[in-house]
Design a binder for this molecule. Structure first.
Ligand code: ADP
Ligand code: MG
Length: 340
C-alpha cells in the first residue's frame, strides 16, 4: 500500500509563478527518481499551499512510470507514531528494515520531527541508507531548513543536500485557474465574475479558496438559490473573518517603537543601548509570533540582521518574560496592542 491519493496528480496541480520551480523539480524527480541531484527534494511553504498535493503527485507519477518501484507516502506524525510503537514492541530493527527497502520515500510535514530526538535519529539512519543506495527521498515542511527549530544539525545538513523548493502564495490568475479546474472536474458551472470575486478575496490559502467555492455550491443547492454575487459576498466574508488578519512586520515595528516612545530608525539602529536592544528583540519576537515570515526575512526587515540574531532575540524574550516581571508586562501590553 503506497498510501497515495490518485486525485492529487500533476495534471490537477495547476502551474503558476508561485509553484513553477517546485513543480518542475517534482517532475524532474518523478522522471528519474534517485537519479537527479534533487535528493532529497524538500518542498516547503505555508498552510494550504499545495505541499501534500505536490508530494502525492510526484509519487503517483513515479508509480505510473515505474510500476515496479515501491513508493511510500507517510506523514511525519504517523511515521513518529509507528516508530514509538515499534520501540515499545522491541521491533526497532524491523521498523528500520521496512523503510530501508523502499525505493521512493515521501515524508509529509517533517517539521513534526521538531524536538523528537529518537525519531530524528532513526530517520537519519534510514535517510543515509536510502541516499547511499540511490533511492529517492521527498520531504515537505512548513519552513525552509534554515528556519527549522529543534531539528538536529546533522539532519538539517542532509535536508540541504538536495533541493529546497518553496511553494508561495499563488497570484490572482493562478487562483482563478485553480478554481476553474476544480469546478470543471466537479461538473459545476459558475459565472466568471463570481469565480473572480472569490479569487480576488481569498488570497493566502488554496484550501480556503476551494472551501469557499464548495460552500458556495452547497449553499446554493441547499437553498435552491442561484449562485449570485451577493451569496458569494456573504460566504467570502465568513472565510475572511475566520482567518485572522496577519499583521505586518512594519506594523509590529511601529507598535513596538510607539510603545517605547522611540522612532523606527532608532529601533533598527546598530546601537547596543539596552532598552533599544530590548525593543528590537521584542519586535523580532512578535514578527516571529504573528507573521509567517522566515527568520531571515524578519532579520532583514528589522535593521538588516541575520536569522541567527532573530533566533537569539526570540529565545531572549522567552527567557526574560519568564524571569523578569517588568519585561513580561512589556510582552503582555504589546500583545494586546497587536491583537486588536
Ligand atoms: P498543504 O499540504 O501545503 O497544507 P495541500 O496540498 O493540502 O496544502 O493543498 C490544499 C488544497 O489546495 C488541496 O485540495 C490541493 O489540491 C489544493 N491545491 C493547492 N495548490 C494547488 C494547485 N497549484 N493546483 C490545484 N490545486 C491546488
Ligand atoms: Mg499538507
Amino acid at each position: 500500500e503506497s498510501q497515495l491519493n490518485p486525485n492529487y496528480s500533476f495534471e490537477n496541480f495547476l502551474e503558476g509563478d508561485s509553484n513553477r520551480l517546485a513543480r518542475s523539480a517534482g517532475l524532474a524527480v518523478s522522471n528519474k527518481p534517485g537519479g537527479t541531484s534533487f535528493n532529497p527534494l524538500l518542498i516547503f511553504g505555508g498552510v494550504g499551499l499545495g505541499k501534500t498535493h505536490l508530494a502525492h503527485a510526484i509519487g503517483v507519477d513515479i508509480k505510473d512510470k515505474y510500476p515496479e518501484k515501491t513508493v511510500l507516502y507517510i506523514s511525519a506524525e504517523k511515521f513518529t507514531q509507528q516508530y514509538i510503537d515499534a520501540v515499545k514492541k522491541n521491533n526497532r530493527n524491523d521498523f528500520i528494515h521496512f523503510y530501508q527497502i523502499i525505493d521512493v520515500l515521501i515524508i509529509d510535514d517533517v517539521q513534526f520531527f521538531s524536538g523528537k530526538t529518537g525519531t530524528q535519529d532513526v530517520f537519519f539512519h534510514i535517510f543515509n541508507h536510502l541516499h547511499q543506495n540511490g533511492k529517492q527521498v521527498i520531504l515537505t515542511s512548513d519552513k525552509a531548513p534554515v528556519d527549522m527549530q529543534d531539528i538536529e544539525q546533522r539532519l538539517l545538513s542532509r535536508f540541504k543536500w538536495g533541493l529546497s523548493a518553496e511553494l508561495q502564495t499563488p497570484d490572482f490568475e493562478t487562483r482563478v485557474s485553480i478554481l476553474k479546474n476544480k469546478l470543471y472536474r466537479d461538473g459545476v458551472e459558475m459565472p466568471e465574475d463570481i469565480i473572480e470575486y472569490v479569487a480576488k478575496n481569498i488570497k493566502t490559502n488554496v484550501r480556503e479558496l476551494e472551501g469557499a467555492i464548495i460552500s458556495l455550491i452547497a449553499q446554493s443547492s441547499f437553498n435552491k438559490k442561484e449562485i449570485t454575487i451577493d451569496l458569494a459576498r456573504i460566504i467570502v466574508e465568513k472565510f475572511v473573518k475566520n482567518t485572522k488578519r496577519e499583521v505586518s512586520i512594519d506594523y509590529i515595528q511601529k507598535v513596538v517603537s510607539d510603545y517605547f516612545q522611540m522612532d523606527i530608525d532608532t529601533l533598527q539602529s546598530k546601537t547596543r543601548k539596552r532598552h533599544i536592544v530590548q525593543a528590537r528583540q521584542l519586535a523580532m519576537f512578535f514578527a516571529k509570533k504573528f507573521t509567517k515570515a522566515s527568520l531571515a526575512s524578519i532579520g532583514s526587515q528589522i535593521g538588516k540582521r541575520d536569522h541567527a540574531t532573530v533566533l537569539h532575540a526570540c529565545k531572549t524574550v522567552d527567557n526574560l518574560s519568564s524571569t523578569d516581571k517588568q519585561f513580561r508586562k512589556y510582552v503582555e501590553d504589546i500583545t494586546k496592542k497587536l491583537s486588536i
